[in-house]
Design a protein around this ligand. Structure first.
Ligand code: ZN
Ligand code: ZN
Ligand code: ZN
Length: 138
């Protein structure tokens, strides 16, 4: 069984070739992907709506989480074990490289807690750090 098929099974998701291919893209990429990246990575025989639904399902099931991009777009990243503690917690820092343009999860760098004024309740926190990534610094 491929790692993608294995993951689908672990998350109790019905196996389809489309789902496996989408998951494969994320596993192989190692960084966050935008909807367009997924679309172009899969090729023309996948339709937009199905891809959209697949991403939606993966988000709901906790296989992927959203990553906000500096340009206001949304990217998706694979959840690692560090995402699993707590329910739907993905409170790690994201890093956007201005050189290669890729956004990466810094899984082990957690977002510092911020004390909110009275009357504000937190739903989620996003922290995007921009700079030059490890690959581009070599
Ligand atoms: Zn996550
Ligand atoms: Zn880079
Ligand atoms: Zn992440």
């Amino acid at each position: 069984m491929t790692p993608a098929a294995q993951t689908l099974k672990e998350f109790k998701l019905r196996h389809t070739n489309g789902r496996e291919e989408v998951l494969d893209l994320f596993i192989n990429a190692g960084h966050a992907l935008a909807h367009n990246d997924v679309e172009s990575g899969l090729g023309p025989d996948h339709d937009r709506v199905t891809i959209y639904r697949t991403l939606r399902t993966f988000l709901d099931k906790g296989l992927l989480h959203k990553v906000l991009d500096d340009e206001g777009g949304t990217k998706y990243a694979l959840c690692r074990e560090t995402c699993a503690d707590g329910h739907h917690q993905h409170d790690h820092v994201h890093f956007k490289c201005e050189h290669c343009g890729q956004t990466t999860c810094l899984d082990h760098v957690s977002i510092p807690s911020v004390a909110l004024p009275e009357g504000y309740s937190r739903k989620e926190t996003n922290l995007l750090i921009q700079g030059v990534c490890r690959e581009c610094s070599k």
